[in-house]
Design a protein around this ligand. Structure first.
Ligand SMILES: Cc1cc2nc3c(=O)[nH]c(=O)nc-3n(C[C@H](O)[C@H](O)[C@H](O)COP(=O)(O)O)c2cc1C
Length: 365
């Protein structure tokens, strides 16, 4: 049986409905702090025109005290479907922030109840809400009452292995009015280590009626399909697999829609996109964008002869021209190498970053 004739493909031929928002894709790009800014989202959007994208998470308390909206919250009117993600523990501030998100043109507002970072959990936000389910439900109720757009929640399976509370928690979120839940199938104490426990997503799916999105360890088309098959989830969210690889969401979406794999981008194509990313960050954020670009550039420079040396150079760039020169040189060398080595094909050496390389790369942030 081909994928196109499978049950999964028939189920996925129907749109994903989040409250009154209808999506033509069941593959989503996760919110990633320090990554999913307007520049990165534009690249993802090019390859995944129908997928829901997310902003980086934004503190509702910070928003409350700011006179102007931060760049983090800026969305392009053309980038729909787009969700603005908020975090906090104050229902009133979150309601106010959600109204600002809706006014900016967000299609949905997502509440982060999964971030494991101490700075966030100590203040009662992110995954610490898993330990305060009544407050979490109150937050959802308060935000739902404040806006007309659907309110969604992104969370983890529990605090640690002794406290896996997702089944009760997810039901409470649905009862409070959440229109979709994304489950990152790790505990808070796992951080980003170990494997995602997809079996919990299957159980969440069994107790909820709202769409359940599976998240965790989706580094390839095959992983996405395996996850969807094993969990019965309504959609899948790609995350670290998109770092330095804005093609992944589009690749998964294409496979789900056609049953065919898209050809992998060549190393040269990846570096061309890296150049656009760098240029975009420079235009959008100036020198801060250049500093932020270093980690992105290192993520792109992977999977070909000379990648390690390129990463090293890119990690030290001081100006946009520096970076463009480095990338142009590498592109010329790769083209030259290919011309002189008939039959050598870089396709397939590229792909989402392997999980084992990720810890080091995240540490670069
Ligand atoms: C650098 C980084 C930043 C992240 N920022 C956010 C964020 O702002 N909001 C959020 O809900 N999750 C955030 N996450 C979690 C991811 O969205 C996702 O849930 C997690 O990486 C699991 O998926 P994966 O195993 O496929 O990477 C972040 C993860 C990483 C690695």
């Amino acid at each position: 049986m081909t994928f196109a004739s499978s049950k999964l493909s028939q189920k996925f031929a129907k749109p994903l409905t989040i409250g009154n928002v209808i999506l033509k894709s069941r593959v989503l790009q996760s919110p990633l702090s320090g990554v999913t800014d307007l520049v990165f989202r534009r690249l993802v959007r090019r390859y995944a025109p129908d997928s829901m994208l997310y902003t980086e998470m934004i503190s509702a308390t910070d928003l409350h005290h700011m006179k102007a909206l931060p760049k983090l919250m800026e969305i392009d009117r053309h980038e729909t479907p787009i969700s603005i993600q908020l975090f906090d523990c104050r229902p009133d501030f979150l309601a106010e922030a959600a109204q600002k998100a809706a006014a900016e043109g967000a299609d949905t507002v997502d509440i982060n109840m999964g971030c494991p970072v101490n700075k966030i959990t100590k203040k009662g936000g992110g995954s610490s809400l898993l330990r305060q389910p009544e407050l979490a439900a109150q937050i959802v109720r308060s935000v739902v009452a404040a806006v007309d757009i659907p309110v969604t929640v992104k969370t983890r399976i529990g605090w640690d292995d002794t406290e896996i509370t997702i089944l009760d928690f997810a039901k409470r979120m649905e009862d409070a009015g959440a229109k979709m839940i994304t489950v990152h199938a790790r505990t808070r104490s796992q951080g980003y280590t170990g494997t995602a426990k997809w079996e919990w997503i299957r159980q969440v799916k069994e107790v909820l009626t709202i769409p359940v999105i599976a998240n965790g360890d989706i580094f390839s088309v095959d992983a996405a399909i395996a996850c969807l098959e094993q969990t019965g989830a309504d959609g899948v969210m790609c995350s670290r697999g998109t770092l330095g690889y804005p093609f992944l969401v589009g690749e998964v979406d294409h496979f789900i829609k056609t049953g065919e794999y898209l050809p992998k981008p060549t190393a040269i194509e990846c570096l061309q996109v890296a150049k656009e990313h760098l240029q975009g960050l420079w235009e959008y954020k100036g020198m801060r964008g250049i500093r932020q670009s270093r980690k992105h550039m290192a993520w792109y420079a992977k999977g070909f002869v000379g990648a390690a040396a390129l990463r090293d150079r890119l990690f030290r760039v001081e100006s946009v021209q520096d970076g463009i020169d480095c990338l142009d040189q590498e592109i010329a060398q790769l083209a030259d190498y290919q011309a002189n080595h008939q039959g050598v094909n870089y396709q397939g050496t590229f792909g989402a970053i392997a999980p084992e390389d990720m810890a080091e790369m995240i540490a670069m942030q």
